[in-house]
Design a binder for this molecule. Structure first.
Ligand SMILES: [Ca+2]
Ligand SMILES: [Ca+2]
Length: 229
């Protein structure tokens, strides 16, 4: 992941190659690509709106949310974070749960943590999936902020301003408007199957296995697997 050039787009053909691939299709035929990876102290995430051909600068937008404890609360708390990036903007925005403001889903804007990157630009002929111009979003998230885990609560939405539509994971999660982020009990899971994300002290390992087993048993919760490098 050291080779990723953070410019908001798929810069060269092999750029995000060493990362997990998840593809999402929606009822209206639109598609979103997610690439995700963990390396050292960062999560790396790339969202590609490959079927959005309206380049709404300053309006098309991606938001990624991570629940550090994955406690799936009905009201967001302080271990829930969201990272947002708008097409054409070089500086992302970070939100933390636990605020009193229900209009935003109890999230408040916080100052960007050191080394956080969230930015967006127009992907072009160098893109792996399509040469048509479309919005794309690159994120580098410090694990210090969200805490180390092999099992995070996870949600994303990609907004197309022209059609005023949100494309989300999990798909069932309804996002009513730009202000309000859905509560963590509607999010899916982002897991690291090889458990390389936490430092493997033994009690934690057992605990992690228990949590994972629990998740698998309960599981109607959609899961994305992240690749660790
Ligand atoms: Ca790039
Ligand atoms: Ca658009």
């Amino acid at each position: 992941m050291d080779q990723v050039i953070f410019d908001g787009k798929w810069t060269f053909f092999s750029e995000w190659k060493p990362s997990s691939l998840n593809q999402f299709s929606y009822d209206d035929g639109k598609r979103i690509i997610l690439r995700s990876a963990h390396q050292d102290d960062y999560l790396y995430l790339y969202l590609d709106a490959i079927t959005d051909f309206t380049l709404d600068k300053g309006a098309d937008k991606a938001t990624i949310c991570i629940d550090g404890k994955n406690n799936k609360n009905t009201t967001s708390d302080e271990n829930d974070f969201c990272f947002s990036s708008t097409l054409g903007n070089k500086q992302g925005v970070v939100f933390q749960g636990g605020s009193i403001n229900a209009i935003t889903g109890n999230f408040k804007k916080i100052s960007n943590p050191e080394n956080f990157i969230g930015l967006s630009d127009i992907s072009d002929e160098n893109n792996r999936y399509t040469q048509n111009l479309h919005p794309s979003f690159e994120f580098k998230i410090p694990i210090d902020l969200i805490q180390r885990s092999d099992n995070y609560g996870f949600y994303f939405s990609v907004y197309d301003a022209s059609s005023d539509t949100f494309y989300s994971f999990p798909k069932e999660t309804i996002r009513e408007n730009s202000l309000k982020i859905p509560s963590p009990n509607q999010w899916g899971d982002l897991i690291s199957p090889d458990k390389s994300l936490p430092e493997l002290h033994f009690p934690l390992l057992i605990f992690s296995i228990m949590i994972l087993t629990l998740v698998i048993i309960q599981s109607k919760i959609p899961v994305i697997k992240i690749r660790s490098i």
